[in-house]
Design a protein around this ligand. Structure first.
Ligand SMILES: C[S@@+](CC[C@H](N)C(=O)[O-])C[C@H]1O[C@@H](n2cnc3c(N)ncnc32)[C@H](O)[C@@H]1O
Length: 318
């Protein structure tokens, strides 16, 4: 992340902050509207720079948190970052999997690609429009893209990603009820295509979250001074909420095996009361509910005290 921060700082230096701030405000409004875009939201170099300045640290942090949950399940040498913009997901993948040798970022906006290339010249930056073929790679990343597409286009892209990947597909969306819905659709489609859910779900069956709840997680990002100024924000940090699905081709799990992970997943911030930790857990049997761990349980209590939203529960033994 330090490297990305430094690369971003160098990039932003020559751009007048006032122009950046105007672009940021427009992009925030466009993204918040939640409508699929008829035309690219990023229209020029200032927009691309504004997006990089105010969103890249957050989307990077979300993808970083997601890839951490894949653990040792994959070891990609080649990746495609589809709708990759200026490459936030590629940065996260490179940090997590230093064995990556070939990385290609595909996007419809040449300015975003140009900007990304300035920060990470060793990647291949290629103009690409939805519907054009994807080459075969180990891992395909689709980070914060589905929300810009119609439902049909989302379906086509998820299928294309599933067909292009040999080890893993990772899809990340904003952690909103709508983002979660899109993730559920993508998850169904990937499972139907023979993929195994590696995270966040410990099973392949229908999501056990009911009512108004939706599955999402959070990543904390420290804001730089410029970041704070661009967003007119006071706090020195922000919490990026995201929903995701990561699928792999595990040998151990096949389509017929419903439970893909013996560990559950913590799906809320743990609650602490004196001598008692309450974890909201999505369990391998598809239930989602509270797990109470009391101080009397010794090592298990210690584990529960350290558990964080998004972690597996119980923590897998080393
Ligand atoms: C919200 S940005 C996400 C960028 C990057 N993946 C990230 O996580 O920061 C969505 C990206 O998807 C790209 N995109 C949207 N629709 C597309 C399409 N039809 N063809 C190609 N790229 C598209 C946009 O140009 C934009 O760069």
């Amino acid at each position: 992340m330090t490297d990305l921060r430094e690369a971003l700082d160098r990039l932003l230096e020559p751009v007048p902050p006032k122009r950046l701030a105007e672009s940021v405000q427009r992009l925030i409004a466009d993204y918040r509207s939640g409508r699929p875009a008829d035309e690219p939201l990023i229209r020029n170099m200032v927009d691309a720079t504004a997006y990089a300045a105010y969103r890249m640290p957050a989307t990077h942090a979300a993808v970083e948190a997601v890839l951490a949950q894949l653990g040792e399940r994959v070891d990609p040498r080649s990746i495609l970052d589809v709708g990759g913009g200026s490459g936030a997901a590629t940065w996260a993948a490179l940090e997590r999997f230093p064995g990556i040798q070939e990385m290609t970022v595909l996007d419809q906006v040449p300015e975003a690609l140009k900007l990304g290339q300035r920060m990470l010249p060793r990647a291949t930056w290629q103009e690409w429009h939805l519907g054009e073929p994807l080459s075969t790679v180990d891992m395909v990343l689709v980070s914060y893209v589905l929300g810009e597409l119609t439902e049909d286009a989302q379906r086509d892209l998820v299928e294309a990603a599933g067909a292009a990947a040999e080890q893993a597909v990772v899809i990340v969306e904003p952690g909103t009820p709508l983002g979660y819905r899109r993730i559920l659709e993508a998850r169904d489609r990937l499972i139907a295509g023979g993929w195994t859910v590696a995270a966040p779900c410990p099973h392949q069956q229908a999501c056990g979250m009911t009512g108004k709840d939706w599955c999402h997680f959070t990543a904390r990002i420290n804001r730089s001074a410029l970041h704070r100024r661009l967003k007119s924000a006071e706090l020195g940090y922000e919490d990026e909420k995201f929903s995701y699905v990561a699928v792999t081709k595990d040998v151990a799990a096949t389509k017929d095996v419903a439970v893909t992970n013996e560990q559950g997943r913590v799906v809320r911030h743990p609650a602490f009361r004196k001598g008692l930790v309450t974890l909201q857990v999505c369990n391998p049997d598809t239930t989602v509910g509270p797990t109470l761990v009391s101080k009397r349980e010794g090592p298990r209590y210690k584990q529960a005290r350290d558990a964080q939203w998004g972690d597996e529960w119980p923590q897998p033994s080393e």
